[in-house]
Design a protein around this ligand. Structure first.
Ligand SMILES: [Fe+2]
Length: 415
């Protein structure tokens, strides 16, 4: 796409310029041009001001880029809509972000143009059901990861396209994850988190690593989320959004992206023109998504607990790849899995948000969290993040089931 590399260079330049303003010129020298090291020179609390500075100084160029994607990548020759809400996503490594202050900004928050901010603030709705901090288990916002969702659940039109532009390199374990196998599957939103309700089995995630400057353009009605950044690098990306026609909003969503521009206005340089599409006047007429509260998947109870030994009766031995949840008396849930190399007993909840791993996909000996997409080795319980590990337990098959030894670790290497 013409001019893409040049604009990428300007974004990096503006980030470095903001860094000089916030931290002084020596910060840029220390960074050495490697955005993945931003967390070495920038405090997580400074990310918000940096994003403001970069987005506002390049708003016109970024909107023009969005139009170009519509024209060049999607082949749209008609006039279409471009979201005024722009996001510069700067995600510090989880190992650092988890210690940020609770007041620090969520990297997924964007900015509308300054001219419409007072209207946007006045239109903000507080929904008593929506409670992101409960889902995110009191992690500070910089350590949040988006669980799987459709964008229409979060105030977008169903006929949009997302542009996800890597400003720095985006490794698989810090990028988008998608579940294209579930396109057209009935999916229920948990209105407390606006993510997929628990109880839906997921396939393994499809990762979307990108080199700096590369762009993913995708239909955000494909189930997608972001991988918790468990790398040791800061992830920097920009999100933009297009809509082929005038956007309409899911009536089940309390929130809507209301401020838009047209491709024609942007191409004509009319950057002072912003269209306000009030949610209540632009509701989609199709049936809203099914709403469902999250449910834990069925678990079996032990037939006997003898100290640290948990006895479980099974009608038949687990087949290869089969999983069952075991509910202990103290609310803990374990998971039994017949892996390629033997039976395993592991914690049944992801140590990050506590989500039920029974919903997660399995591939090549790895079990993926259905929320943050971290992959756990089923033999060892380890992930690529030293802070996020599943405990494994000793397990042995008996004549009519299994016995789990809670005070023994499972095998640390495949048997
Ligand atoms: Fe999304």
């Amino acid at each position: 796409m013409p001019g893409l590399d040049r604009l990428h260079g300007r974004v990096v330049e503006r980030i470095l310029g903001a860094l000089v303003e916030l931290k002084g010129p020596e910060a840029v020298t220390t960074l050495g041009g490697d955005l993945g090291r931003l967390h070495h020179v920038l405090d997580v609390e400074d990310v918000g001001p940096l994003r403001d500075w970069v987005i506002e100084s390049l708003r016109g160029d970024l909107l023009a880029l969005a139009v170009q994607v519509g024209r060049w990548a999607l082949g749209w020759t008609h006039d279409f809509h471009v979201d005024d809400y722009l996001i510069l996503r700067i995600n510090f490594p989880y190992a650092l972000a988890r210690y940020a202050k609770a007041s620090a900004e969520n990297p997924g928050i964007g900015r509308v143009s300054p001219a419409v901010r007072p209207i946007a603030a006045a239109r903000r709705v507080k929904n008593p059901v929506y409670d992101p901090s409960a889902y995110h288990r009191d992690h500070p916002p910089p350590a949040w990861a988006h669980g799987p969702h459709l964008d229409s659940w979060t105030g977008h039109s169903r006929d949009g396209f997302n542009i996800w532009w890597a400003i720095g390199d985006v490794p698989p374990e810090a990028g988008m994850v998608l579940y294209p196998q579930l396109t057209d599957a009935p999916l229920a939103c948990d209105r407390r988190s606006l993510y997929l309700a628990a109880g839906h089995p997921l396939p393994p995630p499809t990762f979307a690593p990108l080199a700096a400057g590369e762009m993913l353009v995708f239909d955000p009605e494909i189930l997608h989320g972001t991988h918790l950044n468990v790398t040791d690098r800061t992830r920097v990306a920009i999100s933009l959004r297009l809509n082929t026609a005038r956007p309409t909003f899911d009536p089940a969503s309390f929130y809507a992206r209301e401020f838009w521009r047209t491709a024609g206005d942007i191409e004509a340089g009319r950057l002072d023109r912003i269209i306000h599409l009030k949610r209540e006047d632009h509701l989609a007429s199709d049936a809203p998504d099914p709403v469902r509260a999250p449910t834990l998947r069925a678990a079996i109870a032990p037939t006997q607990v003898d100290g640290a030994l948990v006895w479980i009766t099974l009608d038949q031995p687990l087949a290869l790849g089969e999983r069952i949840a075991v509910a202990l008396n103290d609310d803990r849930r374990l998971m039994l899995v017949r892996a390629q190399d033997g039976l395993r007993a592991l914690d049944g909840a992801c140590p990050h948000y506590g989500l039920d791993l029974m919903d997660g996909g399995v591939e090549a000996g790895r079990l993926y969290c259905p929320g943050c997409a971290i992959g756990f080795d089923m033999a060892t319980g380890r992930s690529s993040c030293a802070d996020l590990v599943l405990r494994t337990y000793g397990v042995r098959e008996t004549a009519d089931g299994v016995v789990i030894a809670l005070n023994e670790a499972g095998p640390t290497a495949p048997r």
